[in-house]
Design a protein around this ligand. Structure first.
Ligand code: SME
Length: 159
């Protein structure tokens, strides 16, 4: 069966709402973690054209690279390290308008300029993070955070 995503909506909020609906439909009652994370990463990349979209999953007090779309990336990130490890440690989403101004930012690619990281929680425990990178400075705002959080809240129910 062919699967495709249709971009619709005028505002970014409407576009996210349309994307989330389609991802929910695409994933349905599938519970395979790799398959679902892979399709969400691909969906975000295809729909918005972000530079890098992917997941890091908690394993033995480290974040380990999961399904992603974009250039190759670092495999392991320690607790409290970089933007991803900081979002995990601080237990909150982090919006970084300029990665060069974030102390300890891990530059997997020198082309990445701004970044947003959203924790994924299951039973109040962080099981991983969604990391979205842009090659444009200041490319994310509160709308991205709001809808990516919404996406991750739903995603945790199908993992
Ligand atoms: N920049 C991230 C590392 C992951 S890559 O960007 C894909 C960080 O500082 O945690």
């Amino acid at each position: 069966m062919a699967e495709s995503l249709l971009k619709s909506g005028t505002t970014k909020a409407e576009q996210y709402e349309a994307l989330i609906q389609q991802l929910m439909h695409l994933i349905g009652d599938e519970k395979n973690t790799v398959a679902n994370l892979a399709n969400v990463a691909a969906g975000l990349k295809q729909y918005f054209g972000f530079f890098w979209v992917g997941f890091y999953l908690v394993e033995n007090m480290e974040l380990v690279l999961g399904p992603f779309q974009g250039p190759v990336a670092c495999t392991r990130i320690g607790f409290g390290r970089g933007v991803c490890g900081s979002a995990w440690k601080q237990n909150k989403s982090l919006l970084v308008p300029n990665v060069e101004e974030f102390p300890g930012h891990i530059a997997c690619s020198s082309l990445s300029k701004s970044e947003v990281v959203i924790p994924i929680r299951k039973n109040d425990l962080i099981i991983g993070v969604l990391d979205v990178d842009s090659d444009v400075l200041n490319d994310f705002d509160d709308v991205d955070v709001k809808y990516l959080e919404k996406l991750c809240d739903w995603l945790s129910t199908v993992l």
